[in-house]
Design a protein around this ligand. Structure first.
Ligand code: UD1
Ligand code: MG
Length: 457
């Protein structure tokens, strides 16, 4: 195996996306497309990986982090000019350099590896990853001689009507002999329809010098789609969704309607979990075995325990224990931890709170900045009054406490173990262990008064 290097092109503006968001940062199932490429390249043992950034460089570098080195292409003069920016970092290396466009996120590790191997065994100076498509519009066409040797690539905008009929396209990914690549790049000009320095011109240049140039043609048309506009982005999402959902199905997860279920690439789902339609599960999420995720739930960056049930709820940056029950229509906001066997019912909102084992918050409550012990019962309509207009304050409720319906707990406040809060109380002082707190105005009954009032109407 030769030494391997990689250059990922991600400096173009992405004009056709018509977006403020930089093209390669557009997400597919919650992950920016550029990150799919780096992940897929990872298994190919690449010694030095360089990403070329330009527009929105800061944001792209932040997304990629330490997975790559960076060079900046100040002006976007074309893909050959973009590759040239990596010259200082790579020029003197011996080995194979793969160049990948940052807008082809569906190519798999397997295909990259096959391309490397094909290039290395064919001992060519350049190997194009090509594919045959039904509609080649917009792509560069791979032109071959009568005896099928690769001759050059012609861009759609520069192609003659006859060349446009060719359905073998350049996917924008190539393996090059590193030294041959940088030598040839010096000779690329911008004498073409877009007045850009085209990387595909390197093929013709090498060919003219008598070097061996080949194409590795993959039949996975689905992988090679270039995402230039939102139509392609939506199609890519469909392809990725199908690919990931099929993996989960094969692993023993029930996805009732895979076409209508969106599961991100970093989600782990254990066996016998059931995922109902209309659900989005994204980020670094783990769903435990036997869990049931009901229709139209949104779950992001969460751990959901074994045999738990979540129905029609939004759950983010939180942890749900085993055999817990959430929803329908609950909003679990960041930093919530729901204990095993706990219940969060309908129209309950939680935030930065810990809900203990076996505790129930069954209806219409707000629990924020709170710590609830085990087997606590929170009555319908309870509110932790955590914000005084300036600062947030904590509520602490110890094990086995019972909070009656429609209570306001004005934080900071502590409710002791086994304490009982009478319904309708507004509690602003700590309640000791086993105490009953009643904090509501006394009721007075005026005998016969209602009848009198109503009769005079
Ligand atoms: C490119 C290829 C085309 C191929 C297609 C596959 C060229 C000239 N054409 O066309 O043959 O069929 O990909 O999808 O290479 N970029 C830079 N700097 C620049 C220009 C572009 O970094 O100055 C980056 C872009 O961010 C993008 C990639 O290079 O990630 C490809 O550029 P794009 O404009 O999408 O090229 P295509 O027209 O798709
Ligand atoms: Mg493109």
């Amino acid at each position: 195996m030769n030494n391997r290097y990689a250059i990922v092109l991600a400096a173009g503006q992405g004009t056709r996306m018509k977006s403020k968001l930089y093209k390669v940062l557009h997400p597919i199932l919650g992950r920016p497309m550029i990150r799919y490429i780096l992940k897929a390249l990872h298994p190919s043992s690449i010694e030095k990986l360089v990403t070329v950034v330009g527009h929105g460089a800061e944001d792209v570098m932040k997304q990629i982090g330490t997975e790559s080195e960076f060079v900046v292409q100040e002006e976007q003069l074309g893909t050959a000019h973009a590759v040239l920016q990596a010259k200082e970092l790579l020029e003197d290396k011996q080995g194979t350099t793969i160049v990948v466009c940052g807008d082809t996120p569906l190519i798999t590790s397997d295909t990259y590896e096959k391309l490397f191997e094909y290039h290395e065994t064919s001992q060519s100076k350049a190997t194009i990853l090509s594919t045959k498509v039904a509609d080649p519009t917009g792509y560069g066409r791979v032109l071959r001689s009568q005896d099928k040797d690769v001759e050059k690539i012609v861009e759609h905008k520069d192609a003659t009507d006859e060349e446009k009929l060719v359905n073998e396209i350049n996917t924008g990914t190539y393996c090059f002999d590193n030294e041959a690549l940088f030598a040839a790049l010096q000779k690329v000009d911008n004498n073409n329809a877009q007045q850009e320095y085209y990387l595909p011109d390197v093929i013709e240049i090498l060919k003219a010098e008598g070097e061996k140039v080949v194409a590795y043609t993959t039949d996975n048309e689905d992988e090679t789609m270039g995402i230039n506009d939102r139509v392609a982005l939506a199609n890519a999402e469909k392809v990725m969704k199908k690919r990931l959902n099929e993996q989960h199905l094969r692993n023993g997860v029930s996805i009732i309607d895979p076409d209508a279920t969106y599961i991100g690439p970093d989600v782990i789902i254990e066996q016998d979990a059931v995922i109902q339609p209309g659900t989005m599960i994204t980020g670094e999420t783990t769903i435990g075995s036997g869990a049931f995720i009901g229709a139209h739930s949104e779950i992001e960056n969460c751990t959901v325990g074994k045999d738990s049930v979540i129905r029609q709820s939004v759950v983010k940056d939180s942890k749900i224990g085993d055999k817990a029950n959430v929803g329908p229509f609950a909003h679990i906001r960041p930093e919530t931890s729901v204990g095993n066997h706990a219940r969060i019912g309908n129209f309950v909102e939680t935030k930065k709170s810990c809900i203990g084992v076996d505790t129930k918050v069954s209806h219409l409550s707000y629990i924020g900045d709170a710590e609830l012990g085990e087997n606590v019962n929170i009555g319908c309509g309870t509110i932790t009054v955590n914000y005084d207009g300036k600062e947030k304050h904590q509520t602490k409720i110890d094990d086995n406490a019972f909070v009656g319906c429609n209570s306001n707990l004005i934080a900071p406040v502590s409710i002791g173990e086994g304490a009982l809060i009478a319904a309708g109380s507004t509690v602003h002082k700590d309640v000791p262990k086993d105490a009953l707190a009643i904090a509501r105005t006394k009721q007075s009954n005026k005998e016969g008064y209602a009848k009198k009032l109503l009769d005079t109407k």
